[in-house]
Design a protein around this ligand. Structure first.
Ligand code: AMP
Ligand code: MG
Length: 412
């Protein structure tokens, strides 16, 4: 059986960044920029006052002038009326354009008002050209590359795109991820389950985690464990970049997902990995038109996750999230684990490596991991209360308090 590391390598080997697309600016946060973005104008677009005060010409002060005639007021958003003459100043507000003839701003605290229209500067005070002024084009010159291709767009970068007037941007788009929950025992969460039924929580786990990973989730209706309708549901799921199926991937007689996917042209890549929880994981690829040389279809990555909700969480973190990151052009690396000491002894009786939900706590002045009590891979609440998962080596194994272990955080 494949190790989790080998399974990851196989998955990531099939992940290519999605083709570039143009999107509205409000859909670009976190995306990789796919073009060099140029400034459409100088920023700031005019010589701009950085403080409230008086705009004047520094050389007037060098000439020995100390009293200035205040001619008019310039507020942010208004353009100065006329050029200042020698010995003249304009009252100016932060963010306003400097008037022609001025090259500096003296803070209002640094002058004395003699009357309504005269301000005086003390003899000690010097003024240099450019003082308290942000020169036109100082931040960004028109035509300059403001943001380079390949940059991952954070909030500030989104603001820069806005400031150069770009409301459409070429980026690597978010992958569309469809979810097909399967199982005759499932009902939707607003229904009262019958005696043998359970609510479809996996759809909510996955939708949330896909959103967090920067994918665009779409949950399809619950599919029954019946070949014909399952085939229709999975076929609808293939209209996406990634299809996640939950349930029906083990080897029981109601586990019809692998055969049904194969009948829809999805090529199996692997089935089952050496891991607990998450062993029945199935992964396959529906090839693109170029690969198949036929009607125009896109490549679809297909994950068949076991139905147990904690298996869903672990398999998502280890395999699906990295695939989403790779399709977004961000990373092809495996999920990073931290190394932390154990706050208490932990045992793994299984021969497979095991992920156990755990909280981070203090232990001898260190951050350490302590397992939360849980009832196994069906017990989603254990994961809900955890900060992540301790990775225990394949067993049987027992690690003492203070032993260093790998820790898989739930939040990246
Ligand atoms: P399966 O992988 O189909 O054998 O399902 C394994 C376990 O996961 C069963 O106990 C199912 O009831 C449970 N399960 C399957 N699908 C879901 C779902 N969508 N939400 C919550 N639990 C599920
Ligand atoms: Mg099932």
């Amino acid at each position: 059986m494949l190790s989790a590391e080998e399974a990851f390598r196989q998955v990531i080997g099939w992940c290519n960044a999605l083709p570039i697309a143009e999107r509205n600016l409000d859909e670009c946060l976190g995306a990789i920029l796919a073009e060099d973005v140029l400034a459409d104008q100088d920023l700031p677009p005019f010589d701009k006052a950085l403080v409230d005060g008086y705009a004047l010409c520094a050389s007037d002060v060098d000439l020995g002038l100390r009293d200035f005639l205040v001619t008019y007021t310039i507020r942010a958003g208004t353009f100065p009326k006329s050029e200042l003459g020698t010995g003249q100043a304009a009252r100016i507000m932060t963010g306003a354009p400097l008037p022609p003839g001025a090259d500096a701003v003296v803070m209002w605290e640094h002058v004395e008002s003699i009357d309504q229209s005269i301000v005086r500067m003390s003899h000690e005070r010097t003024v240099r050209p450019g003082q308290n002024v942000l020169a036109r084009g100082r931040e960004i010159a028109r035509g300059e590359i403001v943001l380079p291709k390949g940059l991952r767009l954070n909030g500030a970068a989104i603001g820069v795109l806005g400031s150069v007037g770009r409301n459409r941007v070429r980026i690597i788009p978010q992958p569309r991820v469809r979810i097909v929950p399967t199982g005759d025992e499932l009902v939707e969460i607003d229904q009262n389950p019958g005696p043998a039924q359970i609510r479809n929580s996996n759809a909510y786990v996955l939708r949330s985690m896909i959103q967090q990973a920067g994918g665009l989730p779409e949950v399809l209706p619950i599919a029954a464990d019946e070949p014909h309708s399952l085939s229709e549901s999975l076929s609808a799921g293939l209209h996406s970049d990634i299809l996640i199926v939950t349930g029906g991937v083990s080897t029981g007689e109601a586990d019809l997902v692998p055969d049904t996917l194969a009948s829809l042209g999805v090529e199996p890549v692997f089935h089952k990995i050496r891991l607990k929880p998450g062993k029945p994981l199935w992964f396959g690829v529906r090839h693109s038109a170029e690969e198949l040389g036929q009607k125009p279809v896109r490549q679809v990555l297909v994950f068949g996750l076991p139905g147990n909700p904690v298996s869903v969480v672990v398999n998502f973190l280890l395999f699906v999230r990295p695939a989403i990151m790779a399709l977004r052009g961000i990373s092809t690396q495996p999920v990073a684990h931290q190394t932390v000491p154990l706050a208490e002894a932990v045992e793994n009786r299984d021969e497979r490596p095991a992920y156990l939900p755990a909280r981070l706590t203090r232990y001898h002045d260190h951050i350490a991991a302590a397992p939360v009590s849980w009832a196994g891979s069906n017990d989603l609440r254990g994961a809900a209360l955890a900060d992540g998962f301790i990775l225990m080596p394949g067993g049987p194994s027992r690690l003492a308090p203070g032993s260093q272990v790998s820790f898989l955080p739930l939040l990246p």
